[in-house]
Write a protein that binds this ligand. Structure first.
Ligand SMILES: [Zn+2]
Length: 471
């Protein structure tokens, strides 16, 4: 009996060890426990130039992180196939993963809790990472960070690339290059003159950025030229926070992407189209009171208003950026003209959180005059093109990486169907959208202030809003 008991004990221990090892092995193989993922019974909005309408009744075969085939009809599953996961999408719409290419992951604007003034850099890093991971759960598989603290964009990019966390692909700018007093006087330790500007750009490159972001408004022509020269010499592109009348010279001097483009003029639009300069209008930050109300009304009518706390907070975020009716209208018309002229437009929200505000930017592109197809391309293909990875991402095509979103409604019929998210796939891995990241969301964090700032109280009064209630 004793001998038998011993055997059982040793057997149990061995079993536990073997089980642990196999568990470790399984987790090191990645979250997907299958070698082939098949999405079938779906429609595809591939966002290529070839197809204007969805491809209907399709099957997508993914092996590892790559789309290996797209074919018509349902998948014919054979029980002898091993390691295959087949998902019937029940006529859902598959499109490329979404992008948000103007983000500041750790920024809070407005900041009703006065969080940013007193927080540790490490705390900002944590918030930034959660924002990015939450963005992926909203379907944003690619983002470009155009200025953030402590090179946190590079740290999170690498953490995601190394697979430490599942997050979006990040294209990082590090710190924006600026003159002293750049960005309306905000920047104290800027760089002045060609030599200093060159050094600042090289410092960013040495830190490992993917992009150079500049605050161009205060720069002289030779300084802008120096940025473009050093960046291009090193194979990097330049994005400029830009405002007329200096936007035109930026485009002329070879800046690759115009951010905001306040007051964009017709001649600049023409030059951008001719030179292939990208435009990130951040239209969601260029709204008048009327445009904000129009959007909220539409979302409520469509049944997408959702949680009152989110409605309140995102409306406050919009009001923090509120513009004059003339300015808002000008930006809307400039966007329409740019689209018509063939300028490549890309979706970027500027404000946080990148998921919800990313949706708003895409919806706002349509409310501002783009058609849904143009808006979807602005949030997918054009962004991959902007970031130099169109050969791998940005469309649903054989040979591309499997960054996909699955929607239960057709966004070409109603752009807000981008909110009807059923599944997110990044690099061939199905993203877990259900487990909470923590107990408090961005919205809890943003709006739980006991001391409300004077600014927010004013904005609420002016807008006729009260917490959770749109009047
Ligand atoms: Zn910005």
């Amino acid at each position: 009996m004793r001998r038998w008991k011993k055997l059982v004990m040793v057997g149990s221990i061995l079993w536990v060890i073997l089980f642990s090892i196999s568990g470790l092995k399984a987790s090191s193989a990645g979250p997907n426990q299958f070698s082939r993922l098949v999405l079938t019974n779906c429609h595809i909005i591939d966002c290529t130039e070839r197809h204007l309408e969805p491809l209907t009744d399709m099957t997508i075969v993914i092996e590892g992180n790559q789309i290996v085939s797209l074919r018509k009809g349902k998948y014919d599953f054979k029980s002898s196939e091993k390691g295959v996961k087949v998902i019937d999408l029940k006529k859902a719409f598959v499109m490329p993963g979404l992008w948000n290419v103007h983000v500041h992951l750790s920024d809070i604007f407005p900041d009703p809790n006065h969080i940013q003034g007193g927080e540790l850099l490490a705390s900002a890093v944590i918030r930034a990472g959660l924002n990015a991971i939450d963005g992926l759960r909203h379907g944003f598989t690619g983002i470009r960070v155009v200025g953030d603290k402590g090179y946190l964009d590079i740290a999170w990019r690498d953490a995601f690339d190394q697979g430490l966390f599942l997050g979006p692909r990040i294209f990082a700018c590090g710190y924006p290059v600026s003159t002293t007093g750049g960005h309306r006087g905000d920047i104290a330790g800027g760089s002045d003159g060609v030599a200093e500007i060159r050094k600042a750009v090289r410092t960013q490159i040495q830190m490992g950025v993917n992009w150079i972001k500049i605050m161009e408004v205060e720069m002289l022509d030779d300084e802008v030229k120096a940025v473009v020269e050093v960046a291009h010499h090193n194979g990097l592109r330049v994005a400029a926070h830009s405002k007329e009348p200096t936007t035109y010279r930026c485009v002329k001097l070879g800046v690759d992407c115009i951010e905001h483009g306040y007051g964009l003029r017709d001649e600049t639009i023409k030059l951008m189209a001719a030179k292939g300069t990208f435009y990130v209008p951040t239209i969601v930050c260029n709204l008048s009171d009327q445009f904000i109300r129009e959007r909220e009304k539409r979302l409520a009518q469509l049944g997408f208003a959702g949680d009152p706390k989110i409605v309140w907070a995102r409306t406050m975020i919009s009001y923090a950026d509120e513009r004059s009716p003339e300015h808002a209208l000008h930006q809307r018309l400039a966007l329409q003209k740019a689209a018509k002229a063939g300028v490549k437009i890309c979706a970027g929200s500027d404000s946080n959180p990148i998921g919800e505000l990313g949706y708003l930017e895409i919806e706002q592109l349509v409310l501002s005059g783009l058609n849904p197809r143009e808006a979807l391309i602005a949030a997918t293909r054009n962004c991959a093109d902007l970031c130099g990875v169109l050969d791998k991402l940005g469309t649903v095509e054989e040979g591309k990486l499997a960054d996909l979103v699955v929607l239960t409604g057709n966004p070409l019929e109603n752009i807000s169907n981008i909110r009807k998210l059923k599944m997110v796939i990044k690099d061939g891995v199905i993203v877990d959208r259900k487990s909470p990241l923590g107990k408090a969301s961005f919205w809890d964090f943003f709006s739980s202030s006991k001391v409300k700032s004077g600014f927010l109280a004013e904005a609420e009064k002016a807008a006729g809003f009260s917490r959770g209630k749109v009047k």
